[in-house]
Every structure is written in C-alpha cells, then in structure tokens.
Design a protein around this ligand. Structure first.
Ligand SMILES: [Zn+2]
Length: 837
C-alpha cells in the first residue's frame, strides 16, 4: 500500500448543487458568515452592483473550493481570497477557488459581482427575493445548501422614496442624496433559502405585542379592504405566536417578526425568518369571504408562523426531506386554527383539507412517496406537491395516535432543543419518539413515509337470510398485489335508521371481521368511518346505490363528508359514472346544510360537469342544473354558501338565458340572487363571460380593465386579456408568447391566462397547445419557482377529457425514454384523467 493515499480525487464540477459536493462542504466548512451589499436602482432593467464577503473556517485544503453561482461568468467582477486577488475559475455554475489560496482555519473571500435577476422578482415599484429551494445561488455567490447555516449581515442601498426590510432588525438608515442605505443587524444562523429582503414602494402598519413591534408591509390601495382585514391579520399572527411559544415551550427564536403582503405572490406564503411573505389575495379578503377562505387565511398565517420553529430554527438537512418542515407547519396550523373557529367541525375540516388533495396524486400512476430521493438540489422543486403538503399531515395524525398527543409534544420539544439553529432529519425525530412508544415506528415509517400510493380496500359480505354470514376486508396495491398499509379502521355498517361502528386494527392483507357476523345486512358500508384511515375504499354496488340517492340520510356530518369523498374517488376510479354523480349531487343541493360539505360537493360538481361527462350530457343536464343551483342560491342566507353557489353557477353557466342574466349583472354592476359581487368576482365573471359570449369579449375585457382601480390588478387583467380574445389567432399568438421566459415571470398571471386558453369549451383548440406545453416543461422547471412545473401541467390539462389528450401524453413519453423521472411523474399525475382513456 502506498503511503501517500491521503491526496484525494478532486470533486467533480457539475451544475447545480450535487449531494456529494454538499456533503463535502458540510464536513469541511464551519462558522460561516456572509456580509452582503446590494445597490438597487429604481429601474428594474438596470443592473444591481453587489458585494459578498464570505468568512468561514476550513478543516481541510485538499480540495479546491466550489462556490455556487448560477449566472454568467461575466457577472463576477473580482474575487479576493485571504487578502490577495484570486486566480479563480468559473465553471458549471461555480466560482472555483484554487486550494493553494486557501488555508486551514479562518478564510475570507470577497466577491464583487452583479446580482443575478432570476429570483429577485423585480417589478416596477418593488422587488422581493424568493430563494427557496436553491435560488440564492442565482442572486449571489454562496454555499447554497440547507445544512450550511450562516449568519447574514445585509446592507441595501435603495432609492430614497423606497422602503427596505430583511431578516435582521434595521440597525441604521443613512440618507445619501436620492438614495438610502439600510444596514441590518446580523441574523442568527440561517440556511440560504430563508435569507430574504424586500424593497420598494410599500405602505406599513405597525402593531405591538409583548413589547415587540410587528410591521406589515403592503400595497393594497382599497381602504375598505385594509380596514376590514388588518385587525384580523394581526390577531391571527399574535395568536399563532402565543400558541407556538406555549406548545414548543420556547420563546420566538429570532430577533423580529414582520410580514410583507405581496400582490400576485407565487405561493400562499413563504416563511423567511422575520420577513415572512404572504400572498395579498389570501390575506386581504372580500367583505363576503366564505368561511373556507377565512379559515384558509387563519391556517396560512398559522402555517408560516409554525415554520419559525419547524424549518427555520430546526431545518431539514437536505431538500429530499422538505416535507418535514411542511408536515409540522400543516399539522400545527390545524391545531392553532381550530380554537378560532369553535363552531366548525374540525375533524371534517381536516378531512376536507387533506384527503382530496392527497388522493388526487395517490390515485395516479405518477404517485410519489413522502420521502423522496434528490441527488442534486437543482431538481428540488420537483419534490414539492400535494403529497408533502397533504399526505404528510394525515400520516402525522396517525403518528400522533400511536404516540399519544402528550408524548408527541414532548418529543417535538426535545427535538427542537436538541437541534436548535441546526439541522435534523425525520429519522432523528423517529429516533426520539421510538424510545417512548410501544409501536415499531421505524417499520411503520417504511410503509407510510417511504412508499408511494395507497391501498385499495374492499369489504365483501356473504349474506344469509338478510344477515351477515361473513364480512371480509382486503387490501391491495394498485397492481392488485397484497397491500401492507396497516392502519386502524372504523368500519361503519350503515342502515337507514342507524349505524353500527366496529373498530378494526387492520394489520393484515385480509381479515374476517368476527364482530360483524350475525348482524343485519347493511344498506351501506364505510370502512373509514372516523376519517383517519387512508386508502381507496372501493364501493360495492349496494353501497354505491344507497349513497347516490340517500346520502342525506346520514345524519353525522363527518361521516357524510367522508361518504362524499369516497363517492368522488369511486368516480375517478371508474366505479361511478359522471352523469350519476352529477344527478346525485344535484338532488342533494337543497338538502345539504353543512358549509364544508356543500363547498366540497360543489367543487366536485364543477369538475365533474366539465371533465367527466360528454358534451351531449352536459347540454342535457345543464339547464336543469342551472335552475337547481339558482333556487338554492336565491334562497340561501349564509353569504359564504351563497358565494360557493354563485361560483358554481357562473362556472357551469351555458344557456343563453343565464348568460344574458349574468351579463346584465356584470354590466349594471348589480347583485345576483342577493349576492353582491366584489371587484375580484366581477373581474372573474367578465373573464368567464368573455369565453362563453365571444361576441361580447372585447367589450367585457376593455370595460373591466377600465373599472379596476388597483394598478397591480389592472396590469394583470391587461396581461391575460389576449387569452380571452374571441380571435383564435390572438390566443394562439399569446400562447406562443408564453414560450418566452419573461412572459412567464409572474407565474400566477401566466397560469390564469393558460387556464383561459385551456377552458373546456376550447378543448379542440387546446389540444394543439398540449404537446408544446409538455415540451416546455423541462425549461419551466429550470426557470420557474417550485410549484410552477406541476401547476403549469395541471392547468394545461384542466380543460381536457379526450382520448386524444391521453394519446398526445403517451406519445410524448414514449418518444422520450430518457425523460427525467421526476418530471415524468408530474406528467402522470397531472394527466391522470386523460391517461385512463
Ligand atoms: Zn410551508
């Protein structure tokens, strides 16, 4: 053996942030600090001069040092390493410092550069950074990985009529002619994806809690909207902070907590420490907002606030476990929000919030597990989706049932204390919990966290003289093989006048339910009667028939809600037809009183109406359905229900009579069946009508643009206008324009317009867009934010139910055998409906 084996092979230089590179850097770099300065000009096209001083301790100088910067080499102006000009190289998105310039122990690297614009969201009057998951490296050179936490000290020079804010508290603000220099205090250790700043023309509102000031930055121009929402936003914010400090037994772990409300923000919110961003449309709600959107806002604020502990204080080691921060945020948000809505059925709310969304992925052949594999951070965006946001809370709920509420809370407190300002994995948590739990959590986690998809559970009865002789439960996977998704069931045997509920520990591939023997044959069976169980519950014929015509006879709201979800899943799996579903839902319109169920039922109805019945059936059923909806709408007293009914009616409206009536409502700006339309609703109506009444499209769009007061919303309407044009050439040209990155920059606008282009009424024309939309996907994953690839796909499929759309998709994948697996899964998820044709 040679003695000189210590000289290591150089690390490969690849684009993105490879796991191997990240592991090496984590091993060798510590005490990391960034001192950043950005000089932001008023004009958004102008370059942003910037400087970054990186200091850190280095364990070994065996390798050259790769600093991530996903931009052109020409943006790097100068690099100094430990006081001397560096002979750095620039290669594959990295500034590479030769190892000869480095030293063991403390190092300091100074880089002057022009900031990259990709993730600065530069608008005319403001900009905001959004660096999750790996976009900090598009703006400035850094070690862009979540487990290399750093202290940031930021200096921002902005036009003097702008405001600026960041993670750290403002230390000083110096006016220098027509510019101001903001200097922020150094932060606690943060991962790069949480570093953030916002600058521009914003209004501020400040409130106090426990002696600390909290400021909301916003651009809302409607004083009534502000007045209606501000108190509630702060109340929710403070309530969340109080609750979390109590639950975690730990005070708010950072220096300050301000929020910025951004128009057309990409997500609902983003938990930048001390500088959390929120989507304006989710925060400033209309006067007659539905209970659902009120709850949605409360939940969103609680979610982002929970992140301050779960995600910000303790961070996942790598983005393959980004679900970890999301599951805690969602799980705790539900706990926080519940007491604020005391008259709401929270079990039902949980059911409605998570099961349908999670099923929407798990029913498809593109289903992904909660735990995913991620060899390079550049693909981190593709691990996001409904599974991490909605299946993980369901799984967390199971976990809490196994450990008990108190043990879980104690376990989480230990976890936070152990890993504060550092990183931890799911396995670390399970390790803490497993010590105090009877069940084998590691085995359980292998199935529920590491495996994709869901079981199909069936309940088969052999009856004799109207009595159960044998009741057998069976679980299978999607391919028909035995399933191992062991879980607790609450088996409901339902009769018109009562229900019998049998708890079942379902821990085998099939089992006989002894307690059912001898009972009267039920009218229907619901195996997931208490709502915790997760599977496709395939209906037998008798259950299906009973529920389709008598679901209102189930008195219990939770059970009735579960039955609706089961019915819809049976529709999507081909057990129930679209027409039977619509007719059943229509029949229930006058009977359903529960707001959550009504709103779920209506959203199923809209979707089935456009996507699961033929054009002929639609025309057949439409007129009557419009009348039934109108009757319920005009007699409804609850404004939230009225709003959901209105949305459904305006979505399905197709008869000239109703369209003309709606047109009159829009033109005269009057109420509809006692429902007053907000500006947002009026705008949405103008857009819907423009598609359905092409002869009036020009007037509708032009007038609506004139009517909108808020400049941000006006701009959006101008942007989407060509997608609403009656001229197919204009629409086509608009679709072409979406191929240019700059036209997709405000993703919400692009998606809204794409939705109009793909309206079900334009299905034939939209088929020509589909192959091109698929072609763009790879590029969209690189240029767009984390939810954009899937949203782009699901919107591109939103108007399709034809076999042709399925054929186009199959052909696309067949022609590309080496297509990236993560993107292929997204396509299989979004195209599920047409791929079954
Ligand atoms: Zn989140």
């Amino acid at each position: 053996m040679a003695a000189c084996s210590s000289s290591k092979k150089p690390l490969p230089i690849e684009s993105g942030v490879a796991k191997t590179l990240a592991d090496y850097r984590k091993e060798n770099i510590s005490d990391l600090e960034y001192q950043l300065r950005f000089d932001i000009p008023e004009e958004r096209e102008e370059a942003i001069p910037a400087k970054n001083t990186i200091t850190f301790n280095l364990k070994s100088v065996e390798q050259d040092l790769q600093i991530d910067f996903r931009e052109q080499a020409s943006l790097i102006k100068s690099v100094t390493c430990n006081g001397k000009a560096s002979a750095y190289l620039f290669q594959s998105e990295h500034v590479i410092i030769p190892k000869s310039e480095l030293q063991e122990g403390e190092n300091s690297i100074e880089i002057e550069f022009t900031a990259g614009n990709t993730s600065l969201n530069r608008n005319d009057e403001f900009l905001y950074t959004l660096f999750v998951p790996d976009r900090a490296r598009t703006a400035f050179p850094c070690f862009d990985q979540p487990n290399l936490k750093a202290k940031f000290q930021l200096n921002l020079s902005v036009p003097s009529h702008w405001k600026a804010m960041a993670n750290g508290q403002l230390n000083t603000k110096k006016d220098e002619g027509n510019r101001s220099l903001y200097s922020f205090a150094q932060t606690k250790a943060l991962p790069t994806y949480l570093f953030s700043f916002v600058a521009g023309q914003f209004e501020t509102i400040t409130r106090e809690r426990n002696g600390h000031q909290h400021t909301m930055y916003h651009r809302e121009t409607d004083p009534e909207k502000l007045a209606n929402n501000t108190d509630e936003i702060f109340r929710l914010l403070f309530e969340s902070l109080d609750w979390l400090e109590d639950y975690t037994d730990m005070p708010y772990p950072f220096a300050k907590y301000d929020i910025v409300v951004i128009p057309s923000f990409q997500y609902g919110g983003m938990e930048h420490t001390g500088a959390t961003l929120y989507n304006a449309s989710k925060m400033f709600l209309d006067k007659n907002a539905t209970k659902n959107s009120l709850l949605g806002r409360a939940n969103l604020i609680a979610h982002e606030t929970a992140h301050m502990w779960f995600g910000d204080l303790v961070t996942m080691k790598w983005f393959d476990q980004v679900w970890l921060k999301e599951v805690f945020a969602n799980f705790l948000a539900d706990k926080i929000t519940n007491p604020s809505f005391p008259d709401m059925n929270h079990k039902l709310k949980f059911e409605m919030a998570h099961f349908p969304s999670s099923y929407s992925i798990d029913r498809t052949s593109g289903a992904n597990p909660i735990n995913q594999v991620l060899p390079n951070l550049k693909d981190a965006g593709t691990v996001y989706g409904s599974i991490i946001y909605h299946k993980s809370p369901i799984v967390m709920d199971m976990l809490e049932k196994m450990t008990g509420e108190e043990a879980l809370q104690k376990g989480l407190q230990t976890y936070l204390k152990t890993y504060a300002y550092g990183n931890a994995s799911w396995e670390d948590l399970i390790g803490i919990l497993d010590e105090n739990t009877a069940s084998n959590l590691k085995e359980w986690s292998k199935v529920w966290v590491d495996k994709a998809g869901r079981a199909t559970i069936t309940a088969d009865i052999i009856a004799k003289d109207d009595k159960i002789a044998e009741l057998k439960l069976r679980q299978r996977d999607a391919k028909g093989n035995p399933g191992d998704w062991n879980q607790d069931l609450n088996l409901i045997l339902g009769y018109t006048d009562k229900v019998v509920s049998l708890p079942v520990k379902f821990d085998q591939e099939h089992m006989l339910i002894q307690d059912a023997k001898g009972l009267k044959t039920p009218d229907y069976i619901i195996p997931n009667g208490s709502g915790n169980a997760y599977a496709f519950f395939k209906m037998d014929d008798k259950t299906k028939q009973f529920l389709l015509s008598n679901i209102h006879k189930i008195d219990d709201d939770l059970l009735r809600g579960i039955a609706w979800i089961n019915l819809y899943e049976n529709l999507r799996e081909g057990i129930i037809g679209g027409k039977e579903f619509i007719l059943a839902a229509e029949q229930q319109l006058s009977k359903e009183k529960n707001t959550l169920i009504l709103s779920r039922m209506l959203s199923y109805m809209r979707s089935v109406y456009w996507l699961n019945i033929s054009t002929e059936d639609r025309q057949d059923l439409g007129k009557h359905l419009e009348e039934s909806l109108w009757i319920r709408l005009s007699s409804e007293k609850d404004m939230g229900n009225k709003s959901s009914l209105y949305s459904t009616l305006s979505s399905i409206a197709e008869t000239p009579k109703l369209l003309n009536q709606l047109y009159g409502v829009w033109k005269e700006e009057i109420a509809f069946g006692g429902f007053e339309l907000s500006e947002k609703k009026k705008t949405a109506l103008a857009c819907q009508l423009a598609i359905k009444m092409p002869q009036k499209a020009e007037e509708l769009v032009k007038t609506q643009i004139e009517r909108i007061q808020n400049p941000d919303r006006k701009k959006k309407m101008r942007f989407v206008a060509p997608a609403l044009s009656a001229d197919s050439l204009v629409r086509k040209a608009f679709f072409e324009s979406l191929k240019k990155e700059e036209n997709r920059q405000i993703e919400r606008w692009a998606l809204e317009a794409l939705g109009y282009l793909n309206h079900p009424l334009r299905e034939k024309e939209a088929l020509t867009y589909l192959p091109q939309a698929l072609d763009l996907l790879k590029e969209i994953q690189v240029t767009g934010d984390i939810f954009f690839p899937y949203n782009w796909l699901s919107t591109s499929y939103s108007g399709h139910q034809s076999k042709e759309a399925g054929d186009i998709t199959r052909q696309f994948l067949e022609d590309r055998p080496d297509y990236p697996e993560n993107l292929k899964l997204k396509i299989l998820q979004a195209a599920d409906l047409v791929l079954r044709k």
